[in-house]
Design a protein around this ligand. Structure first.
Ligand code: PEP
Ligand code: MN
Length: 285
């Protein structure tokens, strides 16, 4: 395999800082905490999360509207109606939103209504999708494939960069192994390695790694201690009622407690979890 060129780290201090909005960044001193449901279910659901967590707990909201489900009979996401919900919430609350793109034909609409486009694990090596995402200028969050090596992960990011988009966030979300007690195995060694071999921001998704809500806070703390640039965590106003991934969703109270518990760990590794700035006041539209 050829080596990475554009995503490779040239020297220790070489770190890319990506702007989600003017004030929300990842890869610099500020940690990026993204939270929200697995799937966007309603405007009320997303507004509740934004209103309760948007000021001091989260810097960005997540929510899938195109869902890669194992079963074709499972909920597939709200699609365009879900995108409209995300767009409304980001405008009303001044919070950037991130959502998954599954196909090339979805890119234009998602890029118009979201701040970050997520490539899910199942699409990490969908090379045509990666090439097409290289042609936009919005940040792309690339999740590690279910059984992808670190090298394959970096080369997938290299596709996006080689096609013109340098705004790539890597996301470690656990890899498959023999034990299904945890849904996946969170590979913190890969986080450390990725920070050493690439200059891209690396965030961790402890929710899909753990698959069980009671494991999420400790894994999140370990990720920050290991040098991750941020976290993406599933939470829901009524976790047990989540349409997808209910077992791993945190309540909004638990999400706030978790982020508060991260602050001293962030300080110990010379990072900060920012609280809301002026542009994140709720506005009526
Ligand atoms: C998700 O983030 O909701 C998701 C489907 O994640 P992954 O692609 O990591 O399974
Ligand atoms: Mn999920």
């Amino acid at each position: 395999m050829q080596d990475a060129k554009l995503t490779a780290k040239a020297h220790d201090a070489h770190n890319t800082v990506i702007h989600l909005t003017e004030s929300v960044t990842v890869g610099g001193n500020d940690l990026l905490i993204i939270g929200g449901p697995c799937s966007v279910e309603s405007l009320e659901q997303m507004e509740t999360i934004a209103a309760r967590l948007g000021q001091s707990t989260l810097q960005a909201l997540r929510g899938g509207v195109y869902k890669p489900r194992t079963s074709p009979y499972a909920f597939q996401g709200l699609g365009e109606a879900g995108l409209a919900i995300l767009d409304r919430v980001r405008r009303c609350y001044g919070l950037p939103v991130i959502t998954e793109v599954m196909a090339i034909h979805q890119i234009e609409a998602i890029a118009a209504q979201a701040d970050v486009l997520q490539v899910g694990s199942r699409n990490m090596q969908n090379f045509d999708l990666l090439k097409a995402l290289g042609e936009i200028d919005k940040p792309v969050m690339l999740k590690r494939g279910l059984a992808a090596t670190v090298q394959e992960f970096v080369m997938a990011a290299e596709y996006i960069a080689a096609h013109g988009n340098p705004n790539i966030i890597l996301c470690e979300r656990g890899i498959r192994s023999f034990d299904n007690y945890t849904r996946n195995v969170l590979d913190l060694g890969a986080v450390v390695a990725l920070k050493q071999i690439t200059h891209l921001p690396v965030i961790v998704d402890p929710s899909h790694a753990a698959g069980k809500r009671e494991l999420v806070p400790s894994l999140a703390r370990a990720a920050i201690a290991a040098g991750a640039d941020g976290l993406i965590i599933e939470c829901h106003p009524v976790p047990e009622a989540s349409i997808s991934d209910a077992r791993q969703a945190l309540s909004l109270e638990d999400m706030t407690a978790l982020v508060d518990s991260l602050r001293p760990i962030a300080a110990a590794v010379d990072r900060v979890i920012p609280t809301a700035s002026g542009d994140r006041q709720p506005v009526l539209v």
